[in-house]
Design a protein around this ligand. Sequence first.
Ligand code: FES
Ligand code: FES
Length: 137
Amino acid sequence: PFGVRSYHEKVIDHYERPRNVGSFPKGEAGVGTGLVGAPACGDVMKLQIKVDDATGKITDVKFKTFGCGSAIASSSFMTERVRGMTLEEAGKIKNTEIAKELCLPPVKLHCSMLAEDAIKSAIKDYNSRRKPAAATV
Ligand code: FES
Ligand code: FES
């Protein structure tokens, strides 16, 4: 009934070989950091974007997730998805898209929500660093 096999394959692939794990060196220019937690389970996700000021495009992404396999897979997927996007495009990604792509079951929806929250929070952080006076999001 449910795509059990593809759930396992895609999630496990991202879980076992997560892409873009790590963080940028402290103080690196053009970086925005999102740090979010899931109240339901206490899992934490940190997602960082590196943005080219001139084009407003995300040139690099890194994450560290302390959480379940679905949260790790969601953040790994998110890093691949937003690379090369403008901030505006990246800010529109919905957790439902990630959940669908990874075939997450309903109880794991909040894991993908972490990834949506994290990218939004990273964009907000980048914008606030860039123009502190006009930080309107
Ligand atoms: Fe914490 Fe998902 S409940 S890992
Ligand atoms: Fe809580 Fe996955 S982030 S169970």
